[in-house]
Design a protein around this ligand. Structure first.
Ligand code: ZN
Length: 300
């Protein structure tokens, strides 16, 4: 399984491992203040359909286990998003720290990911789309989701939970009232169910970072609702100057061999944020020119 990444020439991997990672190491880009926040989804063999490796959202247990053991042996320790923000504020040396995040709330986090994390002495934050978390496990598109009992059990073991909205909606397509519901009701539901404060939000789908008005509106709304930080799909390591509600992350899946994972952790993948941003910017402007309505942006 690990060999697959070598068999498929991926431009992003080649540029990262052989060009950008060596440059990042040479320049020593702010190791102390740049922290990798890794994004996982499902820890399973299920591929959720045939998609490009870049978009895979599963990591088989064997590969996840290898990645976690490598992290431990490389001397990494996990911190929470709250600890990350505190570290940024107090300019702590955050070398060899990593934040592990899991989006959506798949049941395999309970059955497969957590036992490995526990063995490695790691902790993590799981972001729940609360409509899919019930007293009995729900299956959506072939994937099983956590139950509230499992969530509470994991919380007792030190796992942190955040909101990933209620329905896993594309928030930019919604009006203000619906956005309030997705952000507010999911937070309220998790807090009621686990009896603890929810600090973090994970933006579902691609963050429309090219849309400054929407991003500011959403950040204000998150702050007003009592969130203190959040993560997004923007590529890169988290830095003190990042907007705290949309921290960039590094997506990891079954295609990440250890060389690519190491490069990502050490800043070799951060360059991809530029093509990602340019793609979004171009797409946004083409859509505007094609007459698609973004009227709501100004009123949010
Ligand atoms: Zn998601």
């Amino acid at each position: 399984m690990m060999l697959r990444a070598f068999q498929l020439p991926r431009i992003d991997r080649l540029a990262t491992v052989y060009v950008c990672h060596p440059i990042a190491k040479l320049t020593g880009w702010s190791e102390k203040y740049c922290v990798p926040v890794l994004t996982y989804h499902s820890i399973s063999e299920n591929l959720f359909g045939k998609v490009h490796p870049y978009h895979h959202i599963n990591t088989p247990v064997s590969i996840f286990s290898l990645q976690m053991r490598w992290l431990r042996h490389a001397g990494y320790r996990t911190i929470s998003l709250i600890e990350l923000m505190n570290g940024f504020e107090t300019t702590q040396d955050l070398s060899k720290t990593v934040v592990l995040t899991f989006d959506d709330g798949y049941q395999d986090f309970y059955s497969d990911a957590f036992p490995i994390l526990k063995q490695c002495g790691f902790t993590a934050t799981v972001f729940l789309a609360t409509d899919r978390i019930r007293d009995e496990s729900v299956r959506v598109e072939g994937a099983d989701y956590l139950t509230w009992n499992e969530v509470r059990e994991l919380q007792c073991e030190g796992i942190t939970f955040g909101s990933h909205s209620v329905t896993h909606a594309d928030l930019r397509s919604l009006g203000p009232e619906q956005i309030d519901y997705e952000l507010g009701y999911s937070k309220e539901t998790i807090e009621q169910r686990i009896g603890a404060h929810v600090d973090s939000f994970s933006y579902p789908f691609a963050l429309p970072e090219e849309d400054g008005d929407f991003i500011r509106y959403l950040a204000d709304t998150l702050e007003n609702m009592g969130y203190s930080n959040g993560v997004s799909s923007a590529i890169g390591r988290a830095k003190p100057k990042d907007t705290r509600f949309f921290l960039p992350r590094l997506s990891v899946n079954s295609w990440d061999d250890l060389e690519l994972l190491k490069a990502k952790l050490e800043g070799g993948y951060d360059w991809l944020h530029w093509p990602q941003w340019f793609y979004k910017f171009a797409h946004h402007n083409v859509a505007l020119m094609a007459g698609r309505s973004f009227d709501q942006v100004g009123t949010r």
